[in-house]
Design a protein around this ligand. Sequence first.
Ligand code: SME
Length: 153
Amino acid sequence: MPFSNLKPKVKTILSNENEPTAQRLKEVCELLQSSVGYYDWVGFYFANEAEKTLHLKAFAGEPTDHTVIPFGKGICGQVAVSNQNFVVPDVKAQDNYIACSITVKSEIVIPLFKDGKNIGQIDIDSHVEDPFSAEDERFLEWVNEEVAKILAP
Ligand code: SME
């Protein structure tokens, strides 16, 4: 499904005030994972600034052992400190990488900003090599902006 068709669906899920935030985030993960062929695992991590750790809040795909990730560790931990998108076409080429499954070939992590502060991220694993383009980056930045709007300041 093209990203333009997914946007209204994401908005509908996030605007459902009858559901807790974590449930809405889970539904966004499920939507993206089931709609984009090369999105095999989709999750949101949020930062605990005091502990300098990332915590998995919602996901779709296989359960992962990596529900808590220290800042600086793996692709996710690096994005927690760099504030930059991180697109990994081939995970085998990365030294600082936390493997979740041997089937994962590539990954994209986009930081999530609330009031200009990097408070978390969306993380996507793919079983396809080098599938992510600038279009994915723009779409996932947009998803994170929409998510930021429903989070408490
Ligand atoms: N591969 C990630 C760890 C999280 S899993 O992909 C769910 C990383 O290197 O940070």
